[in-house]
Ligand binder design. Sequence first.
Ligand SMILES: Cc1cc2nc3c(=O)[nH]c(=O)nc-3n(C[C@H](O)[C@H](O)[C@H](O)COP(=O)(O)OP(=O)(O)OC[C@H]3O[C@@H](n4cnc5c(N)ncnc54)[C@H](O)[C@@H]3O)c2cc1C
Length: 412
Amino acid sequence: MSGSEAQADVPVVVAGAGPTGMTAALALHARGVDVTILEADPKDRERPGSRAIYVHKDTLRTLENASPGLGHRLVDNGMIWSTRRTLFRGTEVFERTYSTPGGDGDLPHFTSLPQVWTEEYMLDAVEDAGIDVHWGDGVETVDASEDVVRVETKSGEEYHAEYVVGADGAGSTVRKEIGGEFDGTESANSFIIADIAEFEDEDEQLFKERVFHYDHPRVDGRNVLLVPFQGGWRVDIQCKDSDDPQRLTEDDAISELVAETLGEDYRDRVEWVSQYKFKQVIADRMVDDHDRVLLAGESGHLFAPFGARGMNSGVADAEAAASAIAVALNAEVESARAAEITQYGITRLKAAEYNKSAAGQALEYLQGDSYVTRAKKYLAAKAAPYYEPAGEWLDDAPYGPHGGPPVTIGQY
Ligand SMILES: Cc1cc2nc3c(=O)[nH]c(=O)nc-3n(C[C@H](O)[C@H](O)[C@H](O)COP(=O)(O)OP(=O)(O)OC[C@H]3O[C@@H](n4cnc5c(N)ncnc54)[C@H](O)[C@@H]3O)c2cc1C
C-alpha cells in the first residue's frame, strides 16, 4: 500500500506510552512540535514490577529539560543509597560509603524509584503539556513513503504523520512494519527477580545499601543482588543450571529465598516475583527506508538489566529522536532532512551496540563458568583484604563498564 498521495495531518505520531514514548512526546513538545501518542493498553492498565529502578543523572537531565520540574519530581520521590558492598561466599570483600552519594549538582548522580512511579509522573507531565494520548488503540499498520507516514490503529483510525516514533516496546509492531528484525542472544541462566515491600516505620527498615553476594551460602551458593528503591527492595537471584526457575517463584520458595537474603522479617513482604532469561538483541535498523520512521527504546534493542541500560537508553533514544525530527521538520532541502534522520539511525544503533556490549560483559562475567573466570573471582576474593582494587573489581564487574556510550558516536 502506498501513502504517497496523502498529506500529513499531524507532524508526529508516537506509538507507545511507555517511558520512551512519553519522553519522546515531551521532548518534541518542548521543541514546539505537535505530537499525538497512540497506546495499545487502556489508561487504567496495571504495569508489573518495579523494573527500571535505577535512573541515571543523564535521564533526569533529559526529563528536566523536556518538562521543567519532572526530573526533580523523580528525585524528590526517589531515594539515593550511600553504600555499595560485596560479599564472596558470605565474607565481605568490598565496602564503600559515600558522604554525598548523589554528588553536589542540582540533580544527583542517580535516584532509585519504581518505574510505575516514573511513568505516572511522566504521564502527569504529558497531560499538563496538553499532549493527546489515545489509549486502548494500538498501531496496527505503518506505511511510510517519501513525504508521509500512514498509520492505522486497531479501531481503524488513520493518521497521516510526517514522522513516526516507534516506542512500542519489545514486541514492536512499528519495527515489524518497517521490516526490522532483532538479532542477538539470550542468557543461559534464568534469573528470579522479586520486589519486596519495605516497612513504613523507619526504625524497622534495613540500612539502604546495594549488596552483591557471590555464591551466597544461605541460598545454595547462588549469586544474589539486593538493591533498595523508594518503598522497597529488589532481590535478584541468579538460578543455577539445576534449578527449576518456575518452582523458585512459587510462594513458599520465594519467601524462603527472601527470608535468607533480606532477613526473616521480610519473608511475607513479597509484592511481585518473576523469572527471566535476559535478551541481548538489537534491531537491524533504527529507521525506515524513507527516513520517516524512527525506532526508540525497547522497540529497537533489549539489554540485560545489569548496568541499568534499559529505560535509561530508551530515554536517550527519545531525546535524540525528538532532536532529529525537530531539525528535519525545519529543513529546506530534502537531502538535509533525510540526513538528520539517517544520522539518528547510525548514532543510536552505535549506542545500542555499545550498551549491548557493556551489559553483555556483565552477563558473561556473571554466568561465566570457565576455569579462568572462576579462578579470577576466587583469587580476587583472596586478595581483597590486602589489596582494595581486587575487592573493587569484584564489586564493579557485575554491572559492566561504567558510563554510557561516548557522546559523539559518529561514523569514525
Ligand atoms: C525485571 C526488569 C527489570 C528492569 N530493570 C531495569 C533497570 O534497573 N534499569 C533500566 O534502565 N531498565 C530496566 N528494565 C527495562 C525497562 O523496564 C525497559 O527498558 C523500559 O520499560 C522500556 O521502555 P519502552 O518505553 O521502550 O518500552 P515499554 O515500557 O515496553 O513501553 C512500550 C509501550 O508501547 C505500548 N505498545 C505495545 N504495542 C503497541 C502498539 N502496537 N501500538 C501502540 N502502543 C503499543 C505498550 O503497551 C507500552 O505502553 C527492566 C525490565 C525488567 C523487565
